[in-house]
Design a protein around this ligand. Structure first.
Ligand code: ADP
Ligand code: ZN
Length: 210
């Protein structure tokens, strides 16, 4: 099954992608994580993406489309995948269609902007493996340490309040039109983000199985 997770930054796409990935045994492909990785290792692509990302703006379409094309060509994506953070613009969605990639389901996780701004302040991410945590909703077993790889948990630069506002603006303008795009293809399910991660997961699994 080929699945896309849509939703505003901080709606819980990354967290839900990790859970579904474990349940269905298909890989999660997160453009955000791939870009952060490239930034860390200092590749040319990472350098190109840095200023956009830190300002809360989108990295240019041709850069992320290239990343996705390369990633989807790998063997582990042949039996299905979950896309987290791609596509984020209409041209990106069109590029996916043009590659002949057939998407089965698009799950949009809806969370109100005010709730997102609040949530983002508690968000932490593993510096080493990219796993996501939250000071209220998803604590690691040991303070500040990743459960999976023992890496250090940090706050992303772009999770600071001013940048979050910029990211929400970009989301409404560039990404939200994708709901309509996939609705017209008959693939869209809307899930309201719930109080707990488990409640939201249950709704997503129901939508995937429907
Ligand atoms: P979130 O979903 O929490 O906003 P991501 O980790 O998915 O965070 O993305 C972080 C940043 O990486 C974005 O703000 C953007 O700069 C860049 N990025 C990730 N995916 C894309 C994409 N598909 N198109 C353009 N930029 C992207
Ligand atoms: Zn880790």
């Amino acid at each position: 099954m080929n699945i896309i997770l849509l939703g505003a930054p901080g709606a819980g796409k990354g967290t839900q992608a990790e859970v579904i990935c474990d349940r269905l045994g298909i890989p999660t492909i997160s453009t955000g994580n791939i870009i952060r990785e490239a930034l860390k290792t200092g590749t040319e692509m990472g350098l190109k993406a840095k200023s956009y990302m830190e300002a809360g703006q989108l990295v240019p379409d041709e850069v992320v489309i290239g990343i996705i094309q390369e990633r989807l060509a790998k063997d582990d994506a042949k039996n299905g995948f979950i896309l987290d953070g791609f596509p984020r613009t209409i041209p990106q969605a069109e590029a996916l269609d043009a590659m002949g990639i057939v998407i089965d389901k698009v799950i949009d996780i809806e969370v109100a902007d005010e709730a997102i701004v609040k949530r983002m302040s508690g968000r932490r991410v593993c510096e080493s493996c990219g796993a996501s945590y939250h000071l209220e909703h998803k604590l690691p077993a040991k303070d500040g340490v990743c459960d999976k790889c023992a890496g250090a948990l940090v706050q992303r630069k772009d999770d600071h309040p001013d940048t979050v506002k910029a990211r929400l603006e970009v989301y409404h303008k560039e990404t939200e039109p994708l709901k309509n795009y996939y609705d017209r293809q008959g693939k869209l399910s809307i899930v309201e983000g719930q109080e707990t991660i488990e409640q939201t997961t249950a709704l997503i699994l129901k939508a995937i199985e429907a």
